[in-house]
Each structure stands twice: as C-alpha cells, then as structure tokens.
Design a protein around this ligand. Structure first.
Ligand code: BEZ
Ligand code: FE
Length: 287
C-alpha cells in the first residue's frame, strides 16, 4: 500500500499493527493511532506546531530525573491522572482517592502512634486523629498509615533537604486495635506545583495558576484491602475549586479546627494556639 492521503492513512497504520500478538497492546495502539490522527485533523496541525510539540515533549523528558517526573506532572495538569483514578477507583462506601503526587518517599520514617512527626518543619501545631475501618465499619488494626505534607510555606521536606538535613512532616504509623491512628505535626499550606519547566510554560500559555489547596497526604495499606491513596484538604482553602491537578473531592475536605492555647484532645497542654483534624478512612476489601 502506498500513496496515502489525509483520509486513508489512518486505516493504513491501524492495518499495519494487525498482527500484534498481545490483544490489549493491539487495542490500545489502534485507539491511540485513531485518536491522534483525529486530533491532528481536527486542529489542522501546522508543521511549526508539530515541531513545537516535539520540542515540548523533548523538554518534558529532559526535565525528568531521579527526583522530578515532568511527564506525570503533565498528566496531572491535563486531568489525565484523575481520569485514570476515576476509572479505576469507583469504590462505593470507601474513602475516595486522589493523586499520589511527586513527594511520596518509599519507606518513610516509622513513628509510634501519637508522635510528633513535624521534624524541623515550623508552623501551627496540628493534631490529626481518626479511625480506619472496613466498609462494614469493622476497625482495621495494624493498618500501615503513611502521611506526608508541606510546611507552612508550602514546601515539602524533600524540596529543601540541604537546609533541613532530614525528612520532616512525613511518617509511617500503624493503627491500634480499634483502628485508631493519631499524630501531631504542623498545619500545611497551599503550594504551587513545580512550574519552572515545560508544564509551567503550558500553564502560563493557558492562563492557569499552578496552585494546589493545602492538604495532608495519606496512603493506607491493609492486607486483603484496596490500598488507599488520598489527601485530606483544608476546608476554606482558596484553591479548592481551582486545584492545578483537579484532585479535590468534597468528601476529602476536612475541618482543621482552630483552638486557643490549652489542653489538646490527647491531654497534651499547648502554650500556643493549635489545630485539630478528625478524619476517618474506609477501605474496601479486595475482590
Ligand atoms: C502533591 O500533592 O504533592 C502534588 C500532586 C500532583 C502534582 C504535584 C504535587
Ligand atoms: Fe501534596
């Protein structure tokens, strides 16, 4: 086959992959080819725009290193990450999921229940507590609860490790026999996603801001249950309706309650004002 034109080339390319042995690879490849070709026809892509797109993707790749994944950031800001999340985590009755983000650290430092995990982070003290249960309401004991969050300036520990010389505002905790988890840290702030690379250029070109509303990340793992990757967002944050990565869900907004100095729920006496957050998580059994 030869002499392809605008209306014949798509079928020709799909025909060329007809012997793909893996049926899922074949399905994905054919759909990608058809959608890509339709997209190019739809916008009547110019050669200059094609060159720009190749350069944009090349820069996106070159911006990736051991600490930075610009392609995931591109997926996040185009809403693809949350679309994949929506397709794969429709779990009625369970806590809703949201993006993982780039600041998770494998095997975070372990802390006992009730510990202060702030490390060197400065900010208003925050006491977080709640229960982890099954959809039926049974407590899930010994659940692995990983938490991480930004500081009061909106920076994660890993973004300025040289200064703090250690992980801070992140921990691995375990629930007790009643499924209860609790810890102290500081109230996180809203922050911009990394915008000094090609994704930032894209946001600027689209007249978008790079901000995420303040949140605490949770990843909860219990044997035989679906692993939960989510955040709890700070109620009232100005970016709840314009999160740069489309990750906010109503059910994930928590009340970070302000208290004057005095006795905290765990009996601790604070001489400065503090916040508390009560939030329960529900995990679904793996089918
Ligand atoms: C985060 O919440 O840590 C995050 C998520 C997506 C992109 C950038 C940051
Ligand atoms: Fe985050």
């Amino acid at each position: 086959m030869r002499n392809f034109n605008e209306s014949t080339i798509t079928d020709a390319v799909v025909e060329r992959i007809k012997d793909t042995p893996n049926t899922r690879v074949k399905e994905i490849s054919a759909s990608l080819i058809r959608h890509l070709h339709d997209f190019v026809r739809d916008v009547r892509l110019t050669e200059a725009e094609w060159v720009y797109a190749i350069d944009f993707l090349t820069r996106t790749g070159k911006t990736c290193d051991g600490n930075r994944q610009e392609f995931i950031l591109l997926s996040d800001t185009l809403g693809v990450s949350m679309l994949v999340d929506a397709i794969n985590h429709a779990a009625p009755g369970a806590t809703e999921t949201t993006v993982l983000g780039p600041f998770y650290v494998e095997n975070p430092p372990e802390y006992p229940s009730g510990a202060d995990i702030r490390g060197t982070l400065e900010g208003d003290p925050l006491y977080v507590h709640g229960r982890v249960t099954s959809v039926e309401g049974a407590p899930l004991a010994n659940a692995v609860v990983d938490v991480w969050h930004s500081d009061k300036e909106g920076c994660y520990d890993v973004q300025h490790l040289e200064q703090t010389e250690g992980l801070a505002g992140r921990a691995r905790l375990h629930t007790d026999a009643d499924g209860v988890y609790r810890f102290w840290s500081i109230k996180p702030a809203a922050y911009p996603i990394p915008y000094d690379g090609p994704v930032g250029d894209m946001l600027t070109a689209q007249a978008r801001h790079p901000w995420r509303p303040a949140h605490v990340h949770f990843m909860i793992d219990v044997p035989d249950h679906e692993k939960l990757t989510t955040h709890v967002f700070v109620n009232g944050d100005q970016y709840l309706d314009s999160d740069a990565v489309f990750g906010v869900k109503d059910s994930l907004i928590g009340d970070f309650v302000h208290h004057e100095a005095g006795k905290a729920p765990d009996g601790r006496i604070l001489d400065v004002p503090f916040f508390t957050l009560a939030y329960d998580f529900v995990l679904r059994r793996r089918s």
